[in-house]
Design a protein around this ligand. Structure first.
Ligand SMILES: Nc1ncnc2c1ncn2[C@@H]1O[C@H](COP(=O)(O)OP(=O)(O)O)[C@@H](O)[C@H]1O
Ligand SMILES: [Mg+2]
Length: 180
C-alpha cells in the first residue's frame, strides 16, 4: 500500500503505526519510507521531476520484491506525480496496489512542519519543494483517503486496518507447532 501526500501530512507516522498494528497481529510487513531510502539506495537522486519519478520507480520495484516475499508492504513517500503512481498500479496484479491518500491541507502541514522543511522552502533554502515550488497531484481514485487534519492517528490506523481486513489481506504467521 502506498501512502501519498504532502510533506508533513502524516504518511510516515500513520504507516509506522499501521506497521506496528500488523506486527501485533503477527503479520509480516515491511515499511519502505521514502525519506530513509533517499539516504541509501536513492541517494543519487534529487527533487527534479525525473528524479522524483525514478525515486518512485525504484521504491516500487523494491516494494514488489517484498510483496513477492509475502509481506504486506507499506510505502510512505510523497510520490507527487499521478503518472508515477498509476504506472506502479499498472505493473502489479489488479487489487494488489492500494493507494492511500493522506490528505492534509498545505496550511496544516506547514503549521506542523515536523522537519522544518516548509520554513526552509519559504526562505528559498530548499527549492523544488512539493506544494510550494513543485506540484502535488492528488490521486483521483484512491482506495482510501485519510483526513489527517481532522482525524487522529489512531482513527487513521483504524480506517486502514478495517480496509485491509475487509479485503482479506490479514494473514497472521502461524506459531511453531500450530496446525495449518
Ligand atoms: N492526525 C494526525 N495524523 C498524522 N500525523 C499527525 C496527526 N496530528 C499530528 N500529526 C503530526 O504530524 C507530523 C507528520 O509528520 P510525518 O509523519 O513525518 O509526515 P510525512 O511522512 O507525511 O512527511 C508528525 O509530527 C505527527 O506527529
Ligand atoms: Mg515521511
Amino acid at each position: 500500500m502506498v501512502y501519498t501526500g504532502l510533506s508533513g501530512s502524516g504518511k510516515s507516522t500513520v504507516a509506522a503505526a499501521v506497521e506496528h498494528e500488523l506486527y501485533k497481529l503477527n503479520c509480516r510487513s515491511y515499511l519502505l519510507d521514502g525519506d530513509n531510502l533517499r539516504n541509501g539506495i536513492n541517494r543519487d537522486l534529487g527533487f527534479l521531476p525525473e528524479d522524483r519519478s525514478e525515486n518512485i520507480r525504484r521504491i516500487g520495484e523494491i516494494a514488489k520484491l517484498f510483496a513477492d516475499a509475502g509481506m504486506i508492504t507499506l510505502v510512505a513517500a510523497i510520490s507527487p506525480y499521478r503518472q508515477d503512481r498509476d504506472r506502479l498500479r499498472a505493473s502489479v496484479q489488479p487489487g494488489e496496489f492500494i493507494e492511500i491518500y493522506v490528505n492534509c491541507s498545505m496550511e496544516h502541514c506547514e503549521k506542523r512542519d515536523p522537519k522544518g522543511l516548509y520554513k526552509k522552502a519559504r526562505s528559498g533554502e530548499i527549492t523544488h519543494f512539493t506544494g510550494i515550488s513543485a506540484p502535488y497531484e492528488p490521486p483521483l481514485h484512491p482506495e482510501l483517503v485519510l483526513e489527517t487534519a481532522k482525524q487522529t492517528v489512531s482513527d487513521s490506523v483504524h480506517d486502514v486496518m478495517s480496509y485491509i481486513r475487509h479485503r482479506g489481506l490479514i494473514h497472521p504467521i502461524k506459531e511453531e507447532g500450530e496446525e495449518f
